[in-house]
Ligand binder design. Structure first.
Ligand code: FEO
Ligand code: CA
Ligand code: CA
Ligand code: CA
Length: 593
């Protein structure tokens, strides 16, 4: 056996990299290179990136900023063509724009740098590196201005109407798109996460307050160029209600109108992953990434039919919405906040999926179906859901059907005035996060009850209160702030992190952990991303000897004149025409050999 065991991607784990380093590190025997970076032209008319000569028009024809959810879908039998699908969550204006660039134009560029990109890839043969194809027929950019259609029971409701859209069915743009998922019918789901930062709004209503909307100038300032981002006016009071959804994009049809599905509720969706249950209904798991918020699942009314893609495209428009309640099986007195295991040796128990909408009816007293789907957080509050330590990716294993929930961290757990520990969130001021393993009753994803346990309680393994499924800690890589999850074909979980620089003073990275057998819990670090960056994607094509990661917000704590990262091109000196001495978020391919 190699150091990684008998596996398609054997590797010797890399050493953790200090948070001050601006390097991209892969294991011995692997190479890396960017496939596409912020500003690379993808549509006809696009021009090579020049940081000192930016415009909104150029940005709209180019790859956007801060790539997060990523998939690489191979589209031909020879394995030489693929679609790169990637969302663009937010922007870092202080390091993107020359200070003398017109302020309003900066805002327009920012809007064009958000959203989504679909880019055709090609290579000469399997195992070779991928190149992107500029101006290919399926290439597409979706931005903060692209029309989306609302679907589901809340579409068209009074809560979603504005002066510009009296029908309540057409929204311009998608924003804050964090993680996502690829459906069995080949569409991409993407979660609208921190949408509140884009609006000024009346912060005094309970609904707006619960979503973090407030009166002050928005984080990104777009209200200066588009009135709809100022929701204090009667005309646009409902505009923020039109964000916070799971969006679905069909990457195979560049003319298709992307959709926002109200059936999956409105929250700070991290992403969503769909699995086909034994009975044919599809189930989407989705987390609300906010401290003390909830874990949800959606069960479709219709059934999946692999021969009827047209019908599958509507599966997420109608169904039941549930929120999770976790019960621990150990006495509360044994959950002391340090991460010390209770006497039965596990943080574990059973759970219930509490219905919010079922058979088209609201299950929440005093709220209509439309209200439940637009103010989902308030509905889940009333339903008594369990307050979690920030649910990020929720990923069902394709080999076992068990479901994994990355709880990234929660520095406020157990602090004054906030919820205390419970067995599913067992650490006070949880800075390192944990991963929940859920086993649906009878292996049925539509089940109303489940068993759960914490498979990883993250952190430096040398620290007290960490746990790696009982695996010897001296053999485990330090890991903190799990965020995005993916599986390889062998059923190993790959975990990317977001936040290690502040929790364990290491750059973020990508880690592999087996979940079954003797190696269960053996976390090993595969790669490390540059200074200030978070590791997104990831996509594991282990049979093909390759891994893809989206490197998001490298060097984000810098300024134009004091850049902290030069990833991925590591250009020396100040910006020359066509080159840029600052960082460019990029999708990277890592190849074996
Ligand atoms: Fe955009 Fe939940 O991380
Ligand atoms: Ca227990
Ligand atoms: Ca994330
Ligand atoms: Ca995160």
């Amino acid at each position: 056996h190699g150091p990684g065991g008998r596996t398609n991607l054997p590797f010797r784990p890399i050493s953790p990299v200090a948070a001050t380093e601006d390097t991209f590190v892969v294991p011995q025997g692997y190479t890396w290179e960017p496939i596409i970076r912020w500003g690379d032209p993808i549509l006809p008319g696009g021009v090579p990136f020049d940081a000192s000569d930016q415009s909104a028009e150029k940005q709209a024809l180019a790859f956007g900023y801060n790539n997060d959810y990523t998939d690489v879908i191979v589209t031909n039998r020879a394995g030489t063509k693929a679609l790169l699908c990637c969302n663009h969550e937010y922007v870092n204006p202080a390091i993107m724009f020359p200070p003398d660039l017109d302020a309003a134009e900066q805002l327009r560029i920012a809007m064009a740098a958000h959203g989504f990109a679909i880019v055709e890839l090609e290579r000469s043969r399997p195992g070779e590196r991928w190149r992107y194809v500029p101006s290919a027929p399926k290439n597409r950019r979706i931005t903060a201005s692209t029309p989306f259609r609302l679907t589901g029971p809340a579409a068209g409701s009074d809560l979603l109407r504005t002066a510009a859209d009296p029908t309540g069915t057409v929204v311009l743009g998608t924003i804050g798109n964090c993680s996502g998922g690829t459906t069995p019918w080949g569409t991409i789901l993407s979660g609208e996460e921190n949408f509140n930062g884009y609006f000024r709004a009346d912060g005094s209503t309970p609904e707006n307050k619960r979503y973090g909307l407030s009166e002050g100038e928005s984080t990104y300032g777009w209200e200066a160029i588009e009135p709809r981002f100022d929701a204090r006016t009667a005309d646009y009071a409902n505009e923020p209600n039109r964000f916070g959804y799971i969006v679905e994009i069909d990457p195979t049809d560049p003319t298709s109108t992307p959709r926002k599905h109200t059936s999956l509720g409105r929250l700070k969706h991290e992403g969503a992953n769909v699995v086909v249950a034994k009975n044919g209904h599809v189930v989407a798991y989705t987390g609300d990434d906010e401290r003390f918020d909830y874990l949800y699942k959606f069960v479709s009314k219709g059934r999946y039919d692999k021969r009827d893609r047209r019908r599958n495209l509507d599966l997420l428009t109608e169904g039941d919405l549930y929120v999770a309640r976790f019960h621990g099986d150990s006495p509360a007195s044994q959950i002391d906040g340090t991460g010390t295991l209770p006497r039965d040796g596990r943080f574990d128990g059973y759970g219930q999926w509490i219905p919010l909408v079922r058979n088209g009816r609201s299950k929440v007293a005093g709220m209509s179906v439309e209200e439940v789907l637009v103010f989902t957080r308030l509905a889940a509050d009333r339903a008594g859901a369990t307050k979690m330590d920030r649910c990020e990716d929720v990923q069902p294993s394709p080999t076992t059907g068990k479901v994994y929930v990355a709880c990234t961290n929660n520095s406020q757990r157990g602090t004054s005035g906030r919820a205390g520990v419970d067995e599913a969130n067992p650490r006070t001021e949880n800075k390192d996060g944990h991963i929940v393993e859920i086993v649906e009753d009878d292996g049925d994803h539509t089940s109303r009850v489940f068993r759960w346990n914490l498979v990883i309680v993250a952190g430096d393994p040398a620290a007290e209160g960490t746990y790696f499924a009982g695996y010897p800690k001296e053999k485990v890589s330090p890991i903190s702030c799990p965020d995005n999850l993916a599986f390889d074909s062998e059923g190993n979980l790959w975990i990317s992190t977001d936040g290690q620089p502040s929790s364990i003073q290491k750059c973020d990275g990508l880690f592999k952990v087996p979940l079954e057998g003797r190696e269960r819990g053996h976390v090993q670090q595969f790669l490390s991303v540059p200074r200030d960056a978070e590791t997104c994607g990831p996509v594991v094509h282990d049979r093909d000897g390759s891994i893809f990661v989206a490197v998001q917000h490298p060097g984000e704590d810098g300024t134009w004149d004091a850049q902290r990262s030069r990833f991925p091109d590591y250009v020396e000196g100040r910006a020359r025409v066509g080159e840029f001495a600052g960082p460019r978020p990029a999708v990277v391919q890592v190849l074996r050999g």
